[in-house]
Ligand binder design. Structure first.
Ligand code: 5AD
Ligand code: SF4
Length: 472
């Protein structure tokens, strides 16, 4: 059971933000300058959202955002541990921070996020990176202000990691990266225990937020100018399980779409095992829902899928894709694929290539299998040798790239709605936005268009993005 905790813990934390603000004010006087922060996010959209919350706390406490680590007074790394290279990037950067801390001893270095939920990692940071001041985890990040107050007041290093929680603390500040679009957590954690994946161990059990809390958060955002929301969860299709109210993800989507002023709804991630016909119906009928679905395949081989504990077959997966495409011909389907799962053979990879061909993905993220200590797959004897993984990975990568390029072409000449996200980085006479399918489009336009949805003819396909012309 999840318990929302506005009344007590949320208010307590708001008090700590005030305390932190007093400390920041004192320091500002001492130094005769502002205090600056930098929050760096590794990993997925859930982490991006968590970082917005951490930044919101810092902003409300009086810190100003810094563009570089060199002049920051507090640096936060919100870490990811889904694959080993994410861990390595954090360790690499921590080494560099040592020099910054030598130059500016009052710099606070904070680590949080998924990596910190692993005992071995925390032990390594404690031993080898003593310049880190504060470590907290995924379950208690709402306590950030309280932890910082404790660090400032005690002058000690603090490590505070919770193993689990059933708490959902609402209504703390958040600093959104974009004014016109926002991620919204609809659930936390994961119960699926795919055999390669560390997420259920570091994010804990699945907990859905109450629909009324989600809806009121989106209403507030819409009032604040947000046009597009992305509903976030590790497996949104199982939304509602364990809640007192009787509600499915499809029903939640219907209710979200009724919110006036909201123009676009996205969601991520869908686990194929729980994708219902009802969801396909809702996606088809609700105009506000973007015609894009991210549907991780992981592997096309039934043997590997069963070993991975994914609970669907190649046939069932392709059946869902067929239904989605029949219901919504313009839909973009994207996926995640892992290459090199223990025991995977050349023939298994051929099955994956076959799914790519039949599913006709608009895009795919391809990952080399990464051994995560503590997961069932890590202890298997039949790990695939690195050179074999590399060769097989290249086959899959080529296939998805070719497919994505081929699929993008079908939209050339079409006029689609584009949410303008910003002025083009390279050419200030152009703006950049996204179609419902999540294709990037660049076209002539100025800053006044940012945050609006406009019709754009996609005149030229540049492989993975488009050049376009505003219509009307
Ligand atoms: N190795 C490689 N890729 C992984 N993913 C999750 N765990 C691993 C792992 N151990 C990928 C999956 C998932 C995406 C977010 O990360 O494809 O869908
Ligand atoms: Fe990991 Fe599977 Fe949960 Fe996704 S559904 S977070 S891959 S365990």
């Amino acid at each position: 059971m999840s318990s929302e905790n506005k009344g007590t813990e949320g208010l307590r934390q708001l008090e700590y933000i005030k305390k932190l603000k007093n400390i920041v004010n004192e320091k500002k006087k001492e130094l005769s300058r502002d205090l600056k922060y930098m929050v760096t996010t590794f990993g997925c959209q859930m982490n991006e959202r968590d970082s917005e919350k951490l930044s919101g706390i810092l902003r409300d406490a009086g810190f100003i955002r810094s563009e570089s680590e060199e002049d920051a007074d507090i640096i936060v790394y919100n870490t990811c541990t889904v694959r080993d290279n994410a861990d390595q990037r954090v360790f690499g950067r921590l080494g560099v921070l040592k020099r910054l801390k030598d130059k500016n001893p009052s710099l606070l270095i904070c680590l949080c996020g998924c990596m910190m939920q692993e005992d071995l990692i925390v032990e390594k940071v404690r031993k080898s990176y003593p310049h880190v001041d504060l470590i907290f985890g995924t379950h208690n990040n709402f306590k950030f202000a309280e932890l910082l107050v404790n660090v400032y007041e005690s002058g000690d290093k603090i490590i505070d990691i919770w193993k689990e929680t059933d708490e959902i603390v609402e209504d703390l500040p958040s600093e959104r990266k974009f004014k016109f679009k926002s991620g919204i957590n609809i659930m936390f954690g994961c119960n699926n225990f795919c055999s390669y994946c560390i997420v259920p161990y570091v994010r804990g059990r699945e907990r859905s937020r109450k629909s009324e809390d989600i809806l009121s958060e989106i209403e507030r955002l819409t009032y604040d100018g947000v046009k597009e929301v992305m509903l976030l969860g590790q497996n949104v299709n199982s939304y509602g399980r364990g809640l007192e109210e009787d509600i499915t993800f499809s029903e939640l989507l219907r209710r979200v779409c009724r919110i006036d002023g909201l123009e676009r709804v996205r969601f991520m991630t869908s686990h194929p095992k729980d994708l219902s016909d009802e969801l396909i119906e809702v996606m088809k009928n609700e105009e506000k829902i973007c015609k894009h679905i991210h549907l991780p395949l992981q592997s096309g081989s039934d043997k590997v899928l069963s070993d991975m504990n994914r609970h669907y077959s190649k046939e069932k997966y392709l059946g869902i894709v067929k239904k989605l495409r029949e219901a919504m011909p313009d839909i973009a389907i994207t996926t995640d694929i892992i290459v090199g799962y223990p025991g995977e053979t050349h023939e298994d990879v051929n099955e994956t290539l076959d799914v790519i061909e039949v599913a006709q993905y608009e895009g795919a993220f391809t990952f080399e299998y990464s051994k995560r200590t503590g997961t069932p797959a890590a202890s298997r004897e039949d790990q695939v040798p690195e050179d074999v993984v590399k060769t097989e990975f290249d086959r899959v990568l080529k296939a998805v790239q070719n497919m994505a390029a081929k699929k993008a072409g079908r939209f050339t000449g079409r006029t689609l709605k584009v949410l303008v996200e910003g002025v083009n980085d390279r050419d200030p006479s152009m703006v950049t936005g996204r179609t419902e399918q999540n294709y990037v489009v660049h076209f002539k336009g100025d800053r006044s268009l940012v945050g609006s949805i406009t019709e754009v003819e996609l005149t030229e396909c540049m492989g993975f993005y488009f050049l376009g012309r505003q219509i009307g």
